[in-house]
Unconditional design. Structure first.
Length: 123
């Protein structure tokens, strides 16, 4: 992901990374260390001490009951408005064993990022 973000130095491309306690090794300190080591342009890092965000996002993405949405990569188009509920992403991938969405494929994600940066006129 760092490479993808570094290759596209477009001010309209932003990444928001949310770290949470999903694995035993997931701590706020570990998240800080990784964000410093793998920092990418136009990226902002957050820590959440609970799984609420992952639970709410899983419901939005229609995950099976009891699954959490972590290790997911969401793409939102320019002008997407956020309010009290998550907007549906224009595209998303994951690194989970679920049927919803597409498994992480960095080349396909990169193509979708390029398409999104070009905007609606390119379609």
């Amino acid at each position: 992901m760092q490479t993808l973000l570094t290759q596209h130095r477009d001010p309209n491309l932003r990444a928001y990374w949310v770290w949470g306690p999903y694995l035993r090794s997931d701590t706020e300190k570990a998240a800080r260390d990784i964000s410093l080591r793998y920092g990418a342009p136009n990226s902002v890092y957050f820590w959440t001490p609970t799984a609420k965000l992952a639970t709410d996002l899983a419901a939005n993405l229609r995950f099976p009951a009891g699954r959490l949405a972590w290790d997911v990569y969401l793409l939102y188009g320019r002008g997407t408005m956020w309010d009290s509920a998550f907007p549906r992403p224009s595209y998303w991938q994951h690194q989970l064993e679920i049927l919803q969405g597409a498994p992480l494929d960095i080349n396909l994600l990169d193509a979708r990022v390029i398409e999104s940066l070009r905007g609606p006129a390119a379609h």
